[in-house]
Design a protein around this ligand. Structure first.
Ligand code: SAH
Ligand code: TMP
Ligand code: ZN
Length: 406
């Protein structure tokens, strides 16, 4: 598949295709099966600016709306992570009088809520009205719209410029990266900072966690590609801190050029990226081969269990699982149901492969012999709460390797 790089405009060509994919978070009812939307999921690596991106992406309004299925508050461990994130921002960057913090993609308020609770002037920007409503109910100031340069200008005019703009798992969702960069530059004070953390390309390549690639994740970032993308808007990467969340993320700190000195972490991480070969096409050829091998092993394992008459369920109807299920062709014959705590997903079916989603009570009432851990990024939290299941049932993981957890 061919296209143009969203960062530098050069021609790009996908190095593999995951085939036709539905919207990852569009859990649906049987009456909607016949009009399900599909697009081709094909990642490409730009040889010019090194931006890793998907060539085709559905329009943002098709993914983020008043029926958005992902609520950040479903993980306790993530809530604690975001508490620490907020505390770090506060300690390092909000020492002036009456600071103002803006969050992009604030969802149900899991991060910005920490600033609100401390009485700090704050504003969340969140286009999905249903998740934004949860934040508003908690008294968190929230603007229901997509962040872009115009939005940034309005916020600056109304509230003044920001000391910090924070974000998590959203900047890699926004196809118009120039709008984000220009907006951030417009909204920040000269001494302000823009922090965001997103799934990290280095982790994805090392762990073959190809399930990070789905419609919402238009980019998978690296320090190198983020530096290039934001430089033309006068923003510089001054910090890069690896995070354990979502299977391996990177927290980037950006500042207006000349505003701050870059931390040694930036050069250190760039060296790691050179070592990993993130700028070389062969790396993605190897990644493709690893994806194919992973698919082969997972389908072989599930087919064997089916032949043996084992009962298999899934755990966590994650957006990531949409890529795995559709790419591997895993349906309700292989996985009876997927357990998930999100009320909006329960009673519906997974996008594309149409596996039923059930509440955890069903999983506990009639535990399967095997559970495929689709929410592998929440492994510690889930293994702790499902200790009872682990006594009799077995877990199947597929990142970094396909196998039964012993
Ligand atoms: N920050 C939260 C939510 C991540 S999900 C967390 O880490 O858990 C991504 C969120 O970004 C969704 O709630 C989606 O509606 C929102 N979003 C998508 N595009 C956006 C844009 N252009 N501006 C602001 N938010 C956006
Ligand atoms: P995520 O991997 O994108 O964060 O999505 C996690 C999904 O898994 C979300 O739908 C909630 C669900 N989930 C559970 O069902 N049980 C759990 O214990 C956790 C942490 C998440
Ligand atoms: Zn490019």
């Amino acid at each position: 598949m061919m296209g143009n790089c969203r960062v530098c405009g050069s021609a790009i060509s996908s190095f593999m295709s995951f085939g036709k994919m539905p919207i990852a978070n569009a859990f649906l009812r049987p009456e909607d099966f016949s009009r399900e939307y599909f697009f081709e999921l094909a990642p490409a690596f730009c040889q010019t600016c090194e931006a890793f991106q998907i060539v085709e992406q559905p329009a943002p309004e098709m993914m983020f709306h008043s029926d958005y299925a992902f609520f950040s508050g479903t993980s306790r461990a993530m809530a604690e992570h975001f508490q620490r994130y907020a505390a770090a921002v506060r300690a390092r960057h909000l020492n002036g009088p009456d600071p103002f913090v803006v969050e992009i993609g604030s969802n149900d308020g899991i991060l910005i809520g920490n600033f609100a609770a401390s009485g700090i002037r704050h504003l969340g920007v969140e286009p999905s009205a249903n998740v934004a409503a949860v934040a508003k109910q908690k008294g968190i100031n929230t603007l229901v719209r997509f962040f872009d340069a115009a939005c940034a200008g309005q916020i600056a005019d109304q509230h003044g410029k920001a000391d910090a703009i924070v974000a998590a798992n959203v900047i890699c969702h926004i196809p118009d990266i120039d709008a984000v960069a220009a907006g951030a530059k417009r909204l920040l004070k000269p001494a302000g900072v823009f922090l965001f953390e997103e799934p990290y390309l280095g982790d994805m390549v090392q762990k073959t966690s190809y399930d990070q690639i789905y419609d919402e994740h238009v980019f998978i970032f690296s320090v190198g590609s983020v530096s290039r993308a934001f430089a033309k808007h006068g923003l510089e990467v001054v910090g890069a801190e690896p995070q354990p969340t979502h299977g391996g993320s990177m927290r980037y700190t950006l500042a207006p050029k000349g505003g701050r000195k870059a931390d040694p972490s930036v050069a250190r991480q760039l060296a790691v990226e050179a070592e990993l070969g993130l700028g070389r096409a062969e790396t993605y050829e190897r990644f493709r081969a690893n994806c194919e091998r992973s698919r082969e092993r997972l389908t072989e394992l599930l087919h064997r269990l089916r032949r043996e008459g084992k009962k298999v369920a899934g755990y966590g109807a994650t957006s990531k699982s949409t890529t795995v299920l559709n790419y591997c062709g895993i349906g309700p014959d292989d996985i009876e149901f997927i357990s998930d705590t999100t009320p909006l997903k329960q009673g519906k079916f997974t996008p594309g492969m149409h596996i039923p989603v059930r509440p955890p009570e069903v999983f506990h009432r009639a535990p399967p012999d095997y559970a495929v851990l689709f929410a592998w990024n929440h492994r510690d939290e889930i293994f702790a709460k499902e200790a009872e299941f682990s006594k009799h049932g077995k877990w199947i993981c597929f990142v970094p390797e396909v196998g039964v957890v012993e």
